[in-house]
Design a protein around this ligand. Structure first.
Ligand code: C2E
Ligand code: MG
Ligand code: MG
Length: 521
């Protein structure tokens, strides 16, 4: 460092100037002999002795010094206070007050600074979104939800060594961890998931949640931490869309998927708002009498004059995008209005997504809709698949029971395709059991399928539940199911799903048709 005679600080420069001025004045006083002039003047005026004047000056100087010292001390305290307030403000701006974790702003500051390019540190970034937090929050209340979020934050902080956990908002977290030699990032992600999913004790209540986790590696997946965090987020998005409790590592192809999905999601949202998704109706036939028993409403998204997207391509998307409630409400409202024009004996069967049954307000919403459209609850049959009963069984059963108490029938759809079909039957008294079309398809050609269908029919009869065979396409299948005593038939043999106005034509012509004679035998 080079020596400079001029001090760097303002205080130093002030002191230097004052010293130079002081020495100059003193030299002037000595040179001009001002003391004697003063002395003469004072003694001539008979005012003060010179030594007394010095006393006054010294005393004033000391008082001035004390005053300056006290002012300086006040100033220092004020500055300390200000810097404390500043740092508290800074802390609050960079932290989440609930979990005390650094927040999104802190993450942005970190990522904008960039990783020191000299450093050879390697990181893994986990983007975490809790699954089912909203449901638990509704169940245990907001205070309970806050406690749960704090508990999750604690578990995440203890999850990985050399890591920082951020809460990005709501139920979203991000973990940046230094990569450890020999530790697989995917396995570590699964461990994090296991930690999060273990039960929580919230004020004596047990709560369980899951998580969707996406992870990305730095420097492999991103040039900087910001880039890598974005990749982790993309992977998390894909994990979330694939269902609950998945851990996905980032792959380049995911970016395209996310983009396409976002476009479809937007198109779906617009289609729902513009009423482009409408219920079509497939006839349900009484296999004993050959009479029409009602119709099942099946959603169709019209994208062009003769172009329809089947529900298999958008129901899941609507569920994942949180649009299923809105879509289902608009379909059910329309279906009730259409069905109100049918003869009173005809039922309306309507499909419900599992996620809708996690909403405790579902019963009230459905009943309000029935009242609004004037459609009687006893003519409505809601179809649920067994996945609805796998999650949060107690809540779902409470909702289904309440619906049944109000007169709505509940059918178990696609029976036999899930992994716990039988156990579902012991949990709830269904009004109807719909044998999945995959069994009916193989019933004439595959002895095993035939045996399974026989067994299901036996089960339904034993439990006193009405049975429906889905996907009847051929006469042999119809005859076989009739012989087994199946109650209701549905399939292309009787008719595909049709627009509302065609149902009226079908109803009018049905009793005169060949079909009825043939079925009734
Ligand atoms: P699902 O409730 O089991 O409906 C029966 C499906 O089988 C319908 O397919 C129907 O067109 C088809 N199908 C009926 N008869 C035959 C047949 O003889 N042969 C063959 N190969 N297929 C037949 P779709 O309309 O594509 O619906 C698929 C699934 O989408 C439905 O299965 C249901 O789970 C779901 N879905 C449809 N509409 C809605 C809705 O409004 N809300 C919800 N949440 N789900 C819906
Ligand atoms: Mg169905
Ligand atoms: Mg089905």
């Amino acid at each position: 460092m080079r020596f400079s005679p001029i001090p760097r600080t303002a205080a130093g420069r002030d002191a230097l100037v004052l010293a130079v001025v002081g020495i100059g004045l003193w030299m002037l006083i000595v040179f001009l002999n001002i003391n004697d002039v003063w002395d003469g003047l004072l003694s001539h005026q008979n005012l003060l002795e010179l030594d007394e004047l010095f006393d006054v000056a010294a005393f004033t100087g000391i008082l001035g010094f004390i005053y300056a010292y006290r002012r300086l001390r006040d100033l220092r305290l004020e500055m300390q206070k200000r810097s404390q307030v500043e740092s508290e403000k800074e802390w609050l701006a960079n932290h989440d007050p609930l979990t005390l974790l650094p927040n999104r702003r802190a993450l942005e500051t970190l990522t904008s600074q960039g990783v020191n390019s000299q450093s050879d540190k390697r990181y893994v970034i986990y983007a975490i979104d809790l699954d089912g937090f909203k449901g638990v929050n509704d169940l245990i209340g907001h205070q309970g939800g806050d406690l749960l979020l704090r508990a999750v934050a604690d578990r995440l902080q203890q999850g990985l060594p050399d890591s920082t956990v951020y809460r990005l908002g709501g139920d979203e977290f991000l973990v940046i961890a230094e990569r450890q030699e020999g530790v697989d990032a995917g396995q570590a992600g699964l461990q994090l998931l296991k930690r999060i999913s273990a039960p929580y004790d919230i004020g004596g209540m047990t709560a369980e949640i899951g998580a969707s986790i996406g992870f990305a590696l730095y420097p492999e997946d991103g040039n900087d931490l910001d880039d890598a965090a974005h990749c982790a987020d993309v992977a998390m998005y894909v994990a979330k869309r694939s269902g609950r409790n998945h851990v996905y590592g980032f792959e380049r192809i995911m970016e395209d998927q996310v983009l396409r999905r976002a476009e479809t999601e937007l198109a779906l949202k617009n289609a729902i708002r513009e009423g482009l998704i409408k219920p079509y109706y497939q006839p349900l036939i009484d296999l004993r009498s050959g009479r029409l028993r009602g119709f099942e409403a099946l959603a169709r998204w019209q994208t062009g004059p003769n172009n329809y997207v089947p529900p298999g391509d958008f129901i899941e998307l609507a569920e994942a995008a949180g649009l299923i409630g809105e879509l289902s409400d608009s379909l059910l409202r329309q279906a009730c209005r259409d069905a109100a024009r049918w003869p009173e004996a005809l039922l309306l069967a309507f499909n419900i997504s599992p996620t809708q049954l996690l909403d405790r307000g579902f019963v009230e919403k459905t009943c309000a809709l029935l009242q609004e459209t004037g459609f009687p609850p006893k003519r409505l049959e809601l179809e649920i698949t067994e996945t609805a009963l796998v999650r949060d069984t107690e809540t779902v059963i409470a909702i289904l029971t309440e619906l049944q108490n109000r007169g709505v029938r509940i059918a178990l759809d696609d029976f036999g395709t899930g992994y716990s079909s039988l156990s579902q039957l012991s949990k709830f008294q269904f009004d109807k059991l719909k044998i999945d079309q995959s069994f009916i398809a193989g019933v004439m050609s595959d002895k095993k399928q035939e045996d399974i269908v026989r067994a299901i029919m036996h089960l339904g009869k034993g439990l006193g539940i009405v049975t429906t065979a889905e996907g009847i396409e051929r006469n042999q299948q119809l005859e076989f199911m009739k012989d087994l005593g199946c109650d209701i038939g549905q399939g292309y043999l009787f008719g595909k799903a049709m627009p509302a106005d065609q149902t009226l034509d079908l109803i009018a012509s049905f009793s005169k048709t060949e079909m009825q004679r043939k079925i009734a035998g």
